[in-house]
Design a protein around this ligand. Structure first.
Ligand code: URA
Length: 503
């Protein structure tokens, strides 16, 4: 029996080197044992910790380790398909003790069965493919469930503890380097630790659970955000547990909310339905029918906000209605001096039939409160009344409406403006600014000061252009986010003052 000692649990290069040599020497798989364990007296072959992964295979036992020598001709001629190398690289990361032997058996068989790995029914191939899938899943879960905690403020340094299902720490690390490039962080796992200093990744030995960082102040904020994006009407508990297995909950600040959110989901979904607008009277519906449809109608205009709300449900001025639950008309005080215009309803607004009730709405409400501007004395609407999205799995991903859709929907926004006649309009983001002014209006160049809108039969009003609340949610840099949020609050305050809702 030949015993091959590899330098670490994920020593792919060491395995490859040893496997090529063994195969060239004609060592049948059943005559080779693979291990990463060292006897007490031998030093580690590559001098690195378990996370190292350097080339350091040793062959021992019944035969002494052969000195390095050129491969025999048979070994040089034999090449494996790139798909096998890819498979082997990920199988090596699996925790199964049989992984190196399985890979060597596959390599051995490949010479006589060059198409072997294309045969999913072969038990060795099937096992390796399962392991590859499990490793890919473990990487995916690590990307999704690592939560950094602030461990030092000077300089700002973050750390996360994570226990991956397989030895994927190094494989998962480049994702975090790309995603959190400007942060200094370390991810500690029992297998290896990876640290990013803003320029390069460093790998060291695994850590002990006792080294796991404890809760930081940001976690409360994260829980608030998670609770606000949790949509009770779309709860699928089985899927949720499948996607976020319990073994990861310990390190997820939001996991502590899950039982309570699940328990109250039904009641909250019912409340959302109850809060949706009630059906309008027949008289209004009839008028609505005349107004909606395809835009060919040129006669009298809607005479009430109820009529707008009912008519917009029948709108066919563009195609967005096809994939929506309903249109979302504006909501608020009938003659509000202040009107907010967003971009379009999101996933939760589409279900509830109300504007700004989802995550962007939470940011908006918090900023309004800070500015001292009361939402219930304003009118809140959107440039486009239907939720434009594309499906991704079971989720509906927001898509920005195009110019044509904004133009088609301006008819409704104009109807709302004519009826509300606000003195001040706040355009939240560039799409809203386009809808209100009819031309491209960059937020950066125009925010922070009132602009005069021409009176085109829909009243005399001043315009404040500012950020869209979702823009604040997306800003990755904490300082930039805080700056933009403060400017957003200033803009809302200015609008409230101009509309005389704030002294
Ligand atoms: N984003 C918007 O622009 N409007 C909404 O109503 C919700 C999210």
């Amino acid at each position: 029996m030949r015993v091959v000692r590899l330098s670490s649990e994920i020593d792919f290069d060491g395995w490859r080197l040893a496997a090529r040599r063994l195969r060239a020497e004609g060592a049948a798989p059943e005559t080779v044992a693979w291990t990463t364990e060292r006897d007490l007296f031998s030093p580690p072959p590559c001098g690195e910790g378990s996370g190292g992964g350097g080339v350091g295979a040793e062959m021992a036992d019944s035969e002494p380790a052969p000195p390095p020598q050129p491969l025999p001709a048979r070994g040089r001629d034999f090449t494996v398909p790139p798909a096998f190398v890819e498979l082997a690289r990920s199988v090596v990361l699996h925790r199964s003790g049989e992984r190196f032997a399985l890979l060597y058996r596959l390599l051995w068989r490949l010479e006589r069965e060059p198409r072997l790995i294309d045969n999913p029914a072969d038990p060795d191939v099937a096992r390796a493919r399962d392991m590859q899938k499990a490793v890919a899943r473990a990487i995916h879960k690590m990307h999704a469930f690592v939560r950094f905690r602030l461990v030092e403020t000077e300089p700002e340094t973050y750390a996360a503890w994570f226990e991956p299902a397989h030895r994927v720490t190094e494989a998962a690390a480049p994702f975090f380097a790309r995603r959190f490039t400007n942060m200094t962080w370390t991810i500690l796992t029992p297998d290896a630790c990876v640290a990013w200093d803003g320029a390069s990744l460093r790998v060291s030995d695994g850590a002990d659970p006792a080294d796991a960082p404890s809760e930081d102040a940001q976690e409360e904020l994260w829980r608030t955000y998670y609770a606000s994006i949790f949509n009770p009407a779309r709860l699928n508990e089985r899927m949720m547990r499948q996607e976020m297995p319990k073994r990861y909950w310990r390190n997820l600040p939001e996991a502590r909310l899950i039982p309570q959110l699940v328990e109250t989901a039904q009641a909250r979904a019912a409340a959302m339905v109850a809060a949706a607008p009630s059906p309008p009277p027949d008289r209004v519906l009839k008028a609505a029918l005349r107004h909606a449809r395809d835009g060919s109608y040129n006669g009298d205009l809607p005479t009430s906000l109820d009529e707008v709300a009912a008519a917009v449900q029948l709108c066919r001025r563009c195609d967005l209605w096809r994939n929506c639950t309903q249109a979302v008309p504006g909501q608020g005080a009938a003659h509000a001096p202040l009107m907010f215009v967003g971009e379009q309803p999101g996933d939760q607004e589409d279900l509830a039939g109300l504007p700004f009730v989802g995550p962007a709405g939470q940011v908006f409400d918090a900023a309004l409160q800070e500015a001292g501007a009361p939402r219930d004395r304003a009118f809140v609407t959107n440039a486009v009344k239907h939720f434009k999205h594309e499906p991704r799995g079971k989720r509906r991903i927001h898509k920005t409406p195009d110019r044509g859709e904004v133009q088609a929907c301006r008819w409704w926004l104009d109807a709302e403006r004519r009826l509300v006649r606000p003195q001040v309009i706040v355009a939240l983001g560039a799409t809203a600014a386009l809808a209100v002014t009819g031309k491209a209006t960059a937020v950066g160049d125009n925010r922070g000061r009132p602009l005069q809108l021409p009176n085109q039969g829909n009243g005399q009003a001043q315009l404040i252009v500012t950020y869209h609340p979702s823009f604040l949610l997306r800003l990755p840099d904490a300082d930039a986010r805080e700056r933009a949020r403060a400017e957003f609050v200033d803009d809302l305050r200015l609008a409230g003052e101009l509309a005389r809702l704030i002294d």
